[in-house]
Write a protein that binds this ligand. Sequence first.
Ligand SMILES: C[S@@+](CC[C@H](N)C(=O)[O-])C[C@H]1O[C@@H](n2cnc3c(N)ncnc32)[C@H](O)[C@@H]1O
Length: 215
Amino acid sequence: METRPVIHDGNRLIEAKYRITSRLYDILDYPWERQYRHWRPKLLSDVRGSVIELGVGTGRNLPYYHGDAEVTGVDLSREMLKRATGRSQSSACTFYPVHEDAAAMTSVPTSKFDWLVSTYLCCVMPDQLQPAAIEQFSRVLKPGGRFRLVEMVYSKNPALRRRQELFAPFVETVYGARFDRETLAHVERSAHLQITGTHYLKADVYLVIDGICRK
Ligand SMILES: C[S@@+](CC[C@H](N)C(=O)[O-])C[C@H]1O[C@@H](n2cnc3c(N)ncnc32)[C@H](O)[C@@H]1O
């Protein structure tokens, strides 16, 4: 019998949301994915070895991993993981789906991974759970392991921010995502994750946080 993962109470709403959103996720996300698919190959070009991808979703990154990568894909939603497993069949990397809350990961071994990747996960995760999640990130990475997080944030440009504010209710209702999560600040406060660089993929909205695990 499959064991139930430990899920923080604060993430149960997100789990329930994705039970519904999963059915139409790839269709709803298509207008954004048209842009993301140009970024994904570059984001993953140096990612090799034993990789953990958190919030793997429907597996949109999987086709872009190098054939040498062994990817453990973690997701809170069993339905999203099923879709990722389907997509993994036509990907070069090896794929192991794991149904877990990224802020708990009780079944995931310590110091196992060379790389941790997540794209648009922390903008979905409530801020109060992010310190626990980030502690888990450093637990599962090997010493010297690297991480790359991609998040959406509010622009400082007033016109762009107004457009984001228009979209914000839709984005939160459908994906549970918000533009005002404090992920960068949470990572900066981490005892073991050291940021090596940040940059934007587009405007000052799509933020990439790169770093290394020092423990
Ligand atoms: C916006 S989607 C992004 C999917 C994918 N990473 C991509 O780039 O298309 C967020 C994903 O994170 C998952 N998720 C949200 N909170 C999570 C958590 N605490 N632990 C694991 N997965 C989570 C959701 O179920 C969903 O599949």
